[in-house]
Design a protein around this ligand. Structure first.
Ligand code: GDP
Ligand code: MG
Length: 696
């Protein structure tokens, strides 16, 4: 054969395609269901019997009459790339839903091998499937597999290579779709054959079916041909569809789907025996409580709140270990290195910068461990289901709830895992709108800033203000999503129904892999981009160095303040003051602190401390700074509120930017995030300051 055989993996979402892909290619990629990302079709190489093959992991699809972008991508791949063989990954524990796609693949005629996956789960539930019988009814090879353990994948690869090598031509099966549809199909098929419509793309009967179903993608495609023949065929298809509608009193799409389901039900009846009490029934019963309009949200709130509290509780100790480790490194490096800029750079730039970021690692690990449990058990789908109606109003999807909460919906989150949690969103626009809006949530790093300013100016009603800030950040984030979804990310909301998969027990192995993959991504960033960025920030706040004669007689904090003022960041602050003072009431010291906050928002506090020349007493630093700011000229409650709003909204920290770049796959979006958030922050802080000043 002239080219390397191509094996495509197709199947429903969560049927185990990626697991099998990894087993076949040995590539350590996503075992998780990251549909937003799988739209970029993944490829890998493998060898069997001395033959090199290309393996392609297609996005999940329930049907080739597509509703979701994933389904469009999968279908287009099959039609346009024409793989030599398709391995159809079927979840043996829900055969009906999976075999629906099988019928469509077979209508398309592409050579199919069925990987009867999750056979372990099926057996655990007492479901028995006669794979030999299934193979003989459908006329395709059937191999039993357990994707996540790699069982059966060798046999699968061998079979696939054999089928691909035999250069089987595409032979579509003819299902019957009822008398009226069959008659209409015959007419259309003849016309299509006669004029050779799209002959190089799809089999005539398949095209006829699509046209009779009035599938808009196919209609568009034929319309674009714009020949006499194609127009006549479209015209006839429309009339025939109407005729079938009149005879059957139902849309052709529905009639055809019914017959496919009928066929599938017949097949299933012959190959499967299962106990009466099966999992779906069990799931239905649980769902009566968990998706109940009243009880559901209560349980959800309790689960999420509990999970959040628990995660923070158990990560507290490991976080402090990591912090002490870096504290120790800080001291050791300080002692070992000779006095000078190198020491300052290594200690204040590299060690402190990376330490601040690595400190989140335990949190990220636990958070993702628990999120994976929610996902793998199927409960996450229920949460999304409950939230869908509200989020939809803001152009988001029910699944956006998790990123929002993780990022700080309950005070104290972090946008880094939040943005990573957005992977469960299928639609790119909804996912990007979520990613760009969650940095507005109140992450843990903003709290010290709030604490400082509330302590200084609103100490009489601390709790109320903090609660108000939580509401405010939700409001900003949701409105931001709405804004983005009606401008740069405009588009329809995804129309596909939220699927409620049966509950299942997660495997520890899969949970650990999920957790590790996400944590590793984060660590790798901390080691590269973040390290570089912290060193750059350090440089900006250190250089040019204060000349000797100016440093004369200064020591401790006065020296630090003078150096900061002399540095590039200090000078930038002075320039920025021209704009920020009249608009928002911020002087250059505040501006420098905000520049420093780009590294991490906690730094706003420590930089203010330096700039206002306060000694940082262990534990009491911000209290005394609070007192100082309360009496400082130019500071008042209105300006403090503007500063709080600005801190809440402006530029996400370096770690967040790095993750946005990774998750959107583009520096363009990361740059947009910087400008967008800072733009919103400037506008809102100005509004607060100006309105506040007018009123008081
Ligand atoms: P995809 O959406 O089709 O790519 O599915 P994945 O490969 O991401 O698998 C979804 C989940 O099912 C993951 O948690 C896998 O570890 C798990 N999984 C995959 N194959 C099997 C299997 O044969 N048995 C069991 N028990 N779990 C599986
Ligand atoms: Mg996948």
């Amino acid at each position: 054969m002239s080219h390397e055989p191509v094996i495509a993996l197709a199947g429903n979402p969560n049927s185990g395609k990626t697991s099998i892909f990894n087993a076949l290619t040995g590539a350590r990629q996503h075992v998780a269901n990251y549909p937003g990302i799988t739209v970029e079709i993944k490829e890998g190489g493998s060898r069997a019997g001395g033959v090199g093959v290309k393996v392609v992991d297609l996005p999940g699809a329930y049907s080739l009459t597509p509703y979701s972008p994933d389904e469009v991508a999968a279908r287009d791949y099959l039609l346009e790339q024409r793989p030599d063989v398709v391995i159809h990954v079927v979840d043996a524990s829900s055969l009906e839903r999976n075999l629906y796609l099988t019928t469509q693949l077979m209508e398309l005629g592409v050579p199919v091998i069925i990987a009867l996956n999750m056979i372990d789960i099926a057996e655990m539930r007492g479901i028995r499937i006669d794979s030999a019988e299934l193979s003989s009814i459908l006329g395709v090879p059937v191999i039993r597999t357990v994707g996540n353990r790699g069982t059966g994948t060798d046999a699968l690869l061998e079979k696939a290579v054999a089928v691909a090598g035999s250069e089987t031509s595409w032979v579509p099966i003819d299902l019957s779709y009822g008398t009226s549809s069959d008659r209409a199909l015959a007419i259309l098929e003849r016309m299509i054959v006669n004029c050779g419509l799209l002959a190089d793309v799809a089999p005539p009967r398949w095209l006829a079916l699509r046209l009779l179903e009035q599938d808009s993608h196919t209609i568009d495609r034929v319309e674009r041909l714009d020949t006499d023949g194609s127009r006549e065929i479209l015209d006839t298809a429309g009339k025939l569809a109407e005729q079938v509608f009149r005879e059957m009193n139902d849309e052709t799409e529905g009639v055809i789907a019914d017959h496919r389901y009928g066929f599938v039900a017949g097949v299933v009846k012959r190959v499967r025996t299962c106990p009466v009490e099966n999992r779906l029934y069990f799931s239905d019963r649980i769902d009566r409580f968990l998706t109940n309009p009243v009880l559901g949200p209560v349980v959800m709130a309790a689960v999420l709140f509990g999970l959040f509290q628990f995660t923070f509780m158990i990560s507290r100790a490991p976080i402090s270990w990591v912090e002490s480790l870096f504290g120790w490194l800080h001291v050791v490096a300080w002692d070992l290195l000779p006095r000078g800029f190198i020491r300052s750079m290594v200690v204040s730039g590299a060690i402190d910068g990376v330490g601040g970021v690595v400190g989140f690692v335990p949190l990220i690990m636990f958070m993702f461990f628990f999120i994976s449990i929610l996902e793998d058990t199927g409960y996450m789908a229920r949460i999304a289901f409950l939230m869908d109606r509200i989020f939809r109003k803001f152009g988001l999807h029910g699944s956006s709830i998790v990123p929002f909460i993780v990022s700080g919906g309950i005070t104290g989150g972090c946008a880094v895992p939040g943005i990573m949690a957005a992977r469960t969103l299928r639609d790119t626009r909804e996912r990007f709108a979520t990613i760009l809006s969650v940095p507005f949530m109140n992450c843990g790093a903003k709290l010290p800033v709030y604490a400082l300013l509330i302590g200084a100016f609103f100490s009489s009603n601390e709790g109320t203000v903090l609660f108000g800030l939580t509401i405010l950040s939700w409001t900003f984030a949701m409105l931001s999503a709405k804004l983005l979804r009606s401008t740069v990310l405009r588009g329809e909301s995804t129309s596909f129904v939220l699927e409620l998969p049966p509950y299942r027990l997660p495997s520890i192995r899969s949970l650990l892999i999920h957790m590790w993959e996400r944590t590793w991504l984060y660590l790798r960033k901390a080691g590269t981009v973040i390290l570089l960025a912290s060193v750059i920030m350090w440089g900006l706040m250190t250089f040019p160095a204060l000349p000797e004669e100016l440093a004369e007689g200064l020591s401790g904090n006065q020296l630090a303040q003078a150096s900061l003022s002399h540095s590039i960041a200090g000078r930038a602050g002075r320039i920025m003051e021209n704009a920020t003072r009249p608009l928002m009431g911020f002087d250059w010291k505040v501006d420098v602190a905000l520049i420093g906050g780009f590294a991490a928002k906690e730094i706003v506090v420590s930089t203010l401390g330096t700039a206002y020349s306060m000694s940082e007493v262990e534990g009491g630093g911000s209290v005394s700074l609070s007192e100082k700011l309360a009496t400082e000229e130019g500071w008042n409650p209105v300006m403090a509120l503007a500063l709080i709003v600005f801190t809440m909204l402006y530029i996400p920290c370096i770690a967040t930017i790095a993750v946005i770049k990774r998750e959107t796959g583009s520096w363009g979006w990361a740059g947009f995030a910087i400008l967008y958030t800072t733009g919103v922050a400037a506008v809102m802080a100005t509004l607060v300051y100006q309105a506040g000043t007018l009123i008081t």
